[in-house]
Design a protein around this ligand. Sequence first.
Ligand SMILES: Cc1ncc(COP(=O)(O)O)c(C=O)c1O
Length: 458
Amino acid sequence: MEARKIMLKEGEIPRQWYNILADIKLNPPLGPDGNPVKPEDLAPVFPMNLIEQEVSTERWIDIPDEVLRVLSIWRPSPMVRALNLEKALGTPARIYFKNESVSPPGSHKPNTAVPQAYYNKVFGIKKITTETGAGQWGSALSFACCQYGLECKVFMVRISFDQKPYRKSMMEAWCGKCVASPSTETKAGRDALERDPNTPGSLGIAISEAVEAAVSDVTGETRYSLGSVLNHVMLHQTIMGLEAKKQMDLVGEYPDIVIGCAGGGSNFAGLAFPFVLDKINGKDLEIYPVEPAACPTLTRAPFVYDHGDTAKYTPLLPMHSLGHAFVPPPFHAGGLRYHGMAPTVSQLAAEGLISPRSVTQLSAYEAGALFARTEGHIPAPETTHALACVIDEAKKAKEEGKEKVILVNWSGHGLLDLGAYERYFANELQNEVLSDAELSEAEKVFANHPKPAVLKSR
Ligand SMILES: Cc1ncc(COP(=O)(O)O)c(C=O)c1O
């Protein structure tokens, strides 16, 4: 019988994270005066120990034992050979998926929620605020805060709040508090409601609310936490790619293609960055971040300086962006409804080290349904985007008669997304593709922003 699950022993959990900032150059974030942001400028928003990680260029950073103690509740996560999917596709490709759905909240998100909560705790912070799109991040941070005895307040994008009530219950199970965004609790929320009382919300608006709620707490004991995009988030997520490398070694494989869906970029980065390092050092492989055609930052939006949130509270970040005012259509992959992309992922795309793809909503659900019917596990709507790309590549390998090794991040399960599957099976979902006119309109908000330099890391 061919091996299906490739498991690491608990003692083989990586002890360090890989920091890609040691190997690539990045344009600095810019403040309102147009000058690079200094670490102390970020102090009202994040604890200084995380700001230090955000700007660190050390290649390897130790994972604290107290963080490993919590991560070991579910890590190392399994890598699984998708033998049934391969058979259904009749492909000579060998498909491996890194199953991140085994964490208590059901996705890769706690890989960074746990260290972020830990560093806040060590810094003396009592409460953390955040946004959530799909609800995965809000539940992950609630879980992590619960582990370290911190309060957690989550602003959940209205459309997901309505579509997925049980995510809120999950947050409550871990003592998190969750409100729909835009809310009336913040100025950013009230302004958004005034602009459009029926808005489905967006991650950009929810980030503004969570940042405002943190910095306006007069006790000074509240900080904000972001579930994607920032350098330290990508850093924490590399534990997945480092495990995956060990697991591939165990079966004598190395991927020809690495694939992950990309919203803000963190699950993609976490799996891919340790392989990007190999590519920088001369290895020949393809690396594909996959995004929705309805919110195509890497594949269609320009590489610019833009704000990470709608109310412009964050510095200007060098990233592929559809504009901080962009409200993506309410498609059913809430975690991919973000106007920007991680600066590190954006920089790698600009340099051609990774090759972005986009897929439509219906092809993503079709891939998700095929995966569920072959491999059994029901993927999160975000994850289905990566799976659509896997299936395309596996079919291509069949046409070309090539035995490609494909590694994909199975970023989360879809057990709280069944409402979306129900609509897909009832043929009620459509494809949403951003038109050129919508794109030009969205781009107007950064017309006067400075342009990032074209950097070459090699
Ligand atoms: C299961 C899952 N996958 C992917 C994403 C996209 O986020 P990121 O690009 O940061 O991995 C999310 C975001 O909520 C998610 O919940």
